[in-house]
Design a protein around this ligand. Structure first.
Ligand SMILES: *[C@@H]1O[C@H](CO)[C@@H](O)[C@H](O)[C@H]1NC(C)=O
Ligand SMILES: *[C@@H]1O[C@H](CO)[C@@H](O)[C@H](O)[C@H]1NC(C)=O
Ligand SMILES: *[C@@H]1O[C@H](CO)[C@@H](O)[C@H](O)[C@H]1NC(C)=O
Ligand SMILES: *[C@@H]1O[C@H](CO)[C@@H](O)[C@H](O)[C@H]1NC(C)=O
Ligand SMILES: *[C@@H]1O[C@H](CO)[C@@H](O)[C@H](O)[C@H]1NC(C)=O
Ligand SMILES: *[C@@H]1O[C@H](CO)[C@@H](O)[C@H](O)[C@H]1NC(C)=O
Ligand SMILES: *[C@@H]1O[C@H](CO)[C@@H](O)[C@H](O)[C@H]1NC(C)=O
Ligand SMILES: *[C@@H]1O[C@H](CO)[C@@H](O)[C@H](O)[C@H]1NC(C)=O
Length: 688
């Protein structure tokens, strides 16, 4: 009972829906779409089909593989006259464009279809063209008639293996009739052309219901007129066996697994009428239509399938490698967390990129060298960010502890005094440590004292330089948060700026070695002539050994003579001789003549001698030195027995100093030496 009733209801509904269709279809229909943007609601698109908002083109499929797309006029069309049951006539015209993913690899095509439904549920892609599927293909219950525009060899592996053809399909995608694509020119000559050429192609289908005749005409739109002779003229189609009273008209399309095209419809006109006379669909004036899609529309669609595949796989590989790298870096970072990688991120002093320094110094060119000493070679450089700089390159180092090293660099960067060369930044590259300093235009005191032809530093400048160096050393020894021992105070490490202010360079580097954060095959302990006697015995620098070197430097500035030479000349002894003979002012630089302040000169010489005392404990502190030089405190008497004995010199020259003499490149003279020594306690030395 219940079943019977449901079936009854179902029948009624079916009847009703058929009637609705029948009633809603009028005996004539006419429409014209010049592009589809304005008429979107009149078109039912499904699957890949869409009306493009940008240009109003109806796109049946894009070039994705294995897709279908259908677009039907939403209202049903009456195809059978209600009064005499004869078939109605129709005429339709449309302009389409097929753009293959690559030439000869397009697929599969599209159809103009008369369908009982405004969509094709269950239809398959590829050779089924979005129209039917493998299980319903050929069934008379399909009630579909289609004109197929096929760009792939036909559904049936028949004799015609050409892809470029037009066929008539009656419920069955094995076309009952098919023709290669040609048009007849004005002289009735056949002209063939490619459906998937990418250019607009116009099609006319004219069906005469009375004679059951279909004319199919296809030609490139650029031809500008409809050829007189149709490509197909087919009588006795028997459409009456297929079509229902009302049918939907529209397009189906599909791409294949390997072959794909994008299929576009630019414009479409349709007209149908039942009864007398044949309708003629409106002429589509191509200049009123949206512009055809560009042959290779945006992005990947333009590329060969293989190229796309290649790019895609390369991208995937690259992404994978990047991901690996990222994971590795994260892992490394985790492992090194204890090594204080976060300390590497300090930006004061600034961490420069090696590339900038490399390019800024013209690849560390020889001609850019402006100085050299025990700690490394100094290059002049020009950086986009900082302008002129001096880049000190300390090579042959191996970094011992990252955390300690960075801490040292950071503390060096915090050292700031007007008599110290400003450290701008640093860079670590392989085994090289690069320190970037302010560039000081006048160069080193060494070159000012000895190589400036004709130009003599005045007494006032010399005295200011002495006080400046003293002030810088005092800062290092006492005024900063930690005691910094310079260990290499000498004329070539004193730079003189444009205003003739002294700036001490190379400070703090000894700490890097002392703390073992930098190692060198040879250890730098100082420069011959400036080295305190005790250094040769224990190799340990102290503030007192810095004071000794300062004393030598002071005497050097006043006397204009190098501290020592390869013979037995020692500046301190030489001055001491004048001092004991009561004529210390005779030690003053001859080039000054008499233009110097005698009181100041004498003061300076005596302070210098005091600093050069062979006993570290007797030497004054830098604070005292400054007080003496400023006249705030009287200089203690220097007795004749300060111990400038030959034995202390012998220590320097003969004991445990293994001389690795290298010329000091900052000075043009070869009479001063920096030398590197292996100082090991109790070393036997190479006595000569
Ligand atoms: C398409 O849209 C335009 C503008 O809205 C309208 O004038 C025309 O009648 C529509 N065509 C169809 C076939 O609906
Ligand atoms: C094509 O797509 C359909 C679903 O849209 C899927 O079932 C079928 O397996 C696909 N065929 C190929 C060859 O990828
Ligand atoms: C479009 O792409 C095809 C194949 O990728 C290529 O052969 C053709 O030259 C391209 N056309 C234009 C206009 O770029
Ligand atoms: C084929 O299409 C019909 C009609 O839409 C549908 O009922 C059927 O399930 C489809 N078969 C397959 C295998 O998709
Ligand atoms: C479809 O058409 C082909 C060729 O006309 C025919 O061989 C085949 O049997 C038809 N299929 C069905 C299911 O009728
Ligand atoms: C089909 O083409 C022929 C030859 O050009 C023509 O005589 C006939 O009228 C056409 N039929 C229709 C329905 O347009
Ligand atoms: C239409 O049917 C008639 C008679 O059944 C037949 O002779 C003719 O070949 C059919 N036409 C087509 C195109 O199948
Ligand atoms: C197409 O439209 C343009 C612009 O409206 C017009 O100038 C031209 O004459 C038309 N061509 C045809 C063949 O109707």
């Amino acid at each position: 009972m219940a079943i019977a009733r449901s079936i009854g209801t179902l029948m009624f509904l079916l009847f009703l829906s058929t009637n609705v269709i029948a009633d809603s279809s009028t005996s004539t229909t006419e429409f014209t779409f010049l592009g589809f943007r304005a008429n979107q609601t009149d078109i039912q698109t499904e699957s890949a089909a869409t009306i493009q908002q940008t240009d109003g083109l109806l796109r049946l499929t894009n070039r994705n593989h294995n897709v279908t797309g259908t677009a039907f006029y939403r209202k049903p069309i009456r195809l059978r006259d209600r009064s005499d049951n004869k078939l109605c006539s129709f005429s339709t015209s449309f302009i389409f464009v097929i753009i293959p993913s690559s030439p000869g690899n397009g697929g599969f095509g599209f159809t103009f279809t008369l369908s009982p439904t405004p969509n094709r549920p269950g239809a398959e892609s590829a050779q089924y063209l979005g129209l039917l599927n493998r299980s319903n293909n050929g069934h008379s219950t399909n009630h579909v008639f289609a004109v197929e525009f096929d760009t792939v060899q036909g559904f049936k592996d028949g004799d015609d293996r050409r892809g470029n053809h037009i066929g008539l399909d009656f419920n069955n995608l094995s076309s009952a009739v098919q023709e290669p694509v040609i048009y007849y020119d004005t002289d009735d000559r056949k002209e063939d052309f490619q459906l998937e050429s990418g250019e607009p192609i116009q099609a006319h289908l004219d069906y005469d219901g009375a004679t059951d005749t279909l004319n199919v005409t296809v030609y490139p739109t650029r031809l500008g007129f409809k050829p007189n002779k149709p490509l197909m003229l087919h009588r006795d189609l028997n459409l009456s066996e297929i079509v229902k009273d009302a049918m939907f008209v529209g397009f189906t399309s599909a791409t294949g697994k390997g072959q794909s095209s994008s299929h576009y419809v630019m414009g479409w006109s349709f007209a149908s009428s039942c009864g007398e006379g044949n309708p003629v669909s409106n002429w589509l004036n191509v200049s009123l239509l949206p512009r055809p899609p560009p042959p290779n529309v945006s992005g990947k669609k333009g590329y060969d399938a293989q190229v796309v595949a290649l790019i895609a796989s390369l991208s995937i590989v690259t992404l994978f490698l990047l991901a690996l790298l990222f994971v590795f870096l994260m892992y490394k970072r985790q492992v090194e967390e204890g090594e204080a990688l976060e300390d590497w991120e300090i930006d004061y002093p600034h961490r420069f990129s090696y590339k900038d320094l490399y390019l800024g110094t013209k690849k560390f060119k020889e001609s850019e060298i402006i100085g050299s000493g025990g700690f490394g070679i100094v290059y002049r450089g020009k950086l986009p960010s900082s302008g002129d700089v001096a880049v000190k390159k300390i090579n042959q180092n191996s970094l011992q502890g990252v955390r300690e090293f960075v801490a040292e660099i950071e503390s060096l960067g915090r050292l700031s005094h007007k008599n110290l060369v400003n450290l701008q930044g640093w860079c670590k590259h392989n085994k090289d440590l690069l320190l970037v300093y302010d560039y000081i235009p006048n160069g080193s005191l060494d070159s000012l004292l000895y190589t400036r032809n004709g130009i003599v530093l005045t007494w006032e400048v010399r005295f200011e330089i002495i006080k400046g160096v003293a002030s810088g050393l005092l800062y290092l020894h006492e005024e900063w948060e930690q005691v910094v021992i310079h260990r290499d105070v000498k004329a070539s490490n004193v730079l003189v700026d444009a205003d003739l202010n002294a700036k001490l360079g190379d400070f703090g580097l000894a700490r890097l070695y002392d703390r073992g954060t930098l190692t060198q095959t040879t250890k730098v302990v100082g420069t011959l002539g400036y080295m305190a006697p005790e250094l040769t015995r224990n190799g340990k620098g102290s503030t007192a050994s810095d004071v000794f070197a300062f004393g030598v430097l002071l005497l050097e500035i006043v006397c204009g003579r190098r501290p020592t030479n390869t013979e037995n000349f020692f500046l301190a002894d030489w001055v001491m001789d004048f001092h004991t003979n009561g004529g210390v002012l005779r030690a003053v630089d001859q080039k000054l003549g008499s233009s110097f302040n005698g009181r100041e000169a004498k003061l300076a010489l005596v302070v210098g001698l005091l600093c050069c005392h062979h006993k570290p404990t007797v030497r004054p502190t830098m604070r005292n030195v400054i007080r003496y030089l400023n006249g705030d405190e009287d200089v203690p008497e220097i007795d004749g027995n300060l111990g400038f004995s030959d034995s202390s010199r012998d220590d320097i020259l003969r004991s445990n100093v293994v001389c690795n003499v290298s010329t000091d490149r900052a000075s043009s003279s070869s009479t001063t030496f920096s030398f590197s020594t292996e100082v090991s306690s109790g070393s036997l030395g190479n006595g000569r």
